[in-house]
Write a protein that binds this ligand. Sequence first.
Ligand SMILES: [Zn+2]
Length: 342
Amino acid sequence: MNKEILNRFRRALVRHRDSLRNWLSSDSSAKERCLCGEGQKCEATLHAHDAAIACIDRGDFGICTVCGEDMAPERLEMDFTASVCLEHYSQEKLRALERDLELAAKVQQQLLPAAYPALPEVDIAAMARPAQIVGGDYYDFFCTPAGLQGFAIADVMGKGLPASMLMSSLQASLRIIGPEYQELPDVAARLNELFRYNLKLIRFITLFLCAVDPQKQQIVYTNAGHHPPLLRKRSGEVEWLNPTGPAIGLIHAPEYKASSARFGPGDMLLLYTDGLLEARNELEEEFGEERLAGFAHDHANGDAKTFLARLHREVERFTGGKIHDDLTLLVLKAVENSDTTP
Ligand SMILES: [Zn+2]
């Protein structure tokens, strides 16, 4: 298989594995739970990743056990543990798979919100661009019981029908659970319990939930293992909203914490998925956090839509138009008071 594609698989697997491992080693209570048997899923997930990485390093990753040829990368993107190419499937099984994919694409189209919530204090812009027919990214809006506007962004590991069914189920669950729980960590904890039994071995969901409180000029958030969103202050300073708990579906009853950040006029919050940081140029360099922070520092003076368009252009330019992964971006900008707007 093409070396570049193999490298991409390896990086994605290493990143997912390391984020799980880091979290396991940073949170002693999580570790205890793992040691007392609740962590079998973590161990199995780590093991599946390690095994696939070892295959890549040995040079036998993605080789079909029936014909001994390379499997199509798309097949492995849907399931990195696949061991047989699609050609060996019966016609009947193949047709079923095609129907699944068509359905998945439809489900996914309908998942994205049709309109932005109308908030006088917050300017909103979003884009979602799946790299394959169906991607594993998702964003949504919800309301908290206190009447605050909630925002969610998620990354489901895996692609195709299983991933998009999961997203559709996440959306339905969030819309029901979001308005029921006063605190975001309780929303995350409830979703975790719901999904823990539904997630297949290698799948999990990273999820960032936040609610904007215009009165207090702050955002409260819970980050379940998602890439840290970037908060760009009006002053130009950049802050990362780091995980406050593990990804959804990994272990039983993890503790999610709430955190908050000031979100005053002129401040901007960027929520994004893997595809942004992992976008690569022809030298195989990643777009990465440093580049993103620098870009946000220099280019966040306009409205949300302008920033989104600039960032998308920048990533296109960086990759030479070849964005491999799904790319989903959600920009929230606290509107400046009329007397401070130029
Ligand atoms: Zn084969």
